[in-house]
Design a protein around this ligand. Structure first.
Ligand code: URA
Length: 250
């Protein structure tokens, strides 16, 4: 029947919710962009939806405005089934930005990226090179986001149309956060940043994504399933650390 897990005591009909008039004030940036553009998602017209995402993203001049604009975007169907919008975590001033894949169950519950089992491992990995999402000092901080901000049902892989509609927001997100370096965490992030997959060949090789130096790394969820691969992940962390030191602070 398509039901893969229980998520609450009482059913929520999100299609009905979407149909009711929204009486809460919409975010200012989203309202301004939508008013100028007068774009509505048009049926299955992916190019129109991507164009709407691009316009909303381009209209956001701060991370808060971008979060509001992205949350307001109705073109992506995943929004109807997710519990929470999952934009980012950590310190936006960090020199290093980690781009992951999509929220999982725990991320969907909390509305923050990488807070489940893979996230715990991610925290331990970066802690080992002195970086933390809780650090106030930009030199020691991490900023974390995902290609998708809404959880795909049953943790399935993000679909090409979902990636296409999310990309304008991801590009603008990275532009506004302006990190020195980007980590492409796993295949979906490589797809979004490089237009190709094959993480086991790409990992450890510095490249350029989103107009910045970027390092593809194996995803912590993969490392949980394949502990021997942690050796290579450690080499990648050392490469990151050396690059951050070599480039010096801001
Ligand atoms: N995996 C990801 O790529 N991102 C998350 O936020 C959680 C798990």
């Amino acid at each position: 029947m398509g039901v893969d897990e229980p998520v609450g005591d009482a059913p929520v009909d999100r299609f009905d919710l979407a149909a009711r008039p929204d009486v809460s004030p919409p975010p200012a940036a989203a309202t301004a962009a939508a008013a100028v553009l007068r774009l509505e998602p048009e049926g299955d017209d992916l190019p129109a939806r991507v164009a709407q995402a691009e316009a909303l993203a381009a209209g956001a001049d701060t991370l808060d405005a971008l979060a509001a604009a992205q949350e307001s975007f109705d073109g992506i169907e995943l929004k109807k089934g997710a519990r929470n919008f999952c934009f980012a975590d950590g310190n936006p001033a960090a020199r290093l930005l980690i781009l992951g894949e999509a929220p999982g169950d725990e991320e969907d519950r909390q509305g923050r990226p990488f807070v489940g089992r893979a996230g715990l491992l991610l925290d331990r990995m970066f802690d080992a090179i002195g970086l933390s999402r809780r650090a106030v000092d930009a030199e020691k901080a991490l900023y974390i986001t995902n290609v998708l901000t809404w959880r795909p049902p049953g943790n399935r892989d993000p679909q090409p149309d979902e990636i296409a509609m999310s990309l304008p927001f991801v590009r603008r997100h990275i532009e506004l956060a302006a990190p020195d370096l980007v980590v492409l965490m796993g295949n979906i992030a490589c797809d979004a940043g490089l237009g190709r997959r094959g993480i086991l060949r790409l990992r450890g090789n510095w490249t350029t994504a989103f107009d910045r130096p970027a390092l593809p790394m194996t995803h912590p969820a993969y490392l949980l399933r394949n502990p021997p691969a942690k050796r290579e992940a450690w080499a990648d962390l050392l490469s990151l650390s050396a690059r951050l030191e070599g480039q010096g602070g801001r």
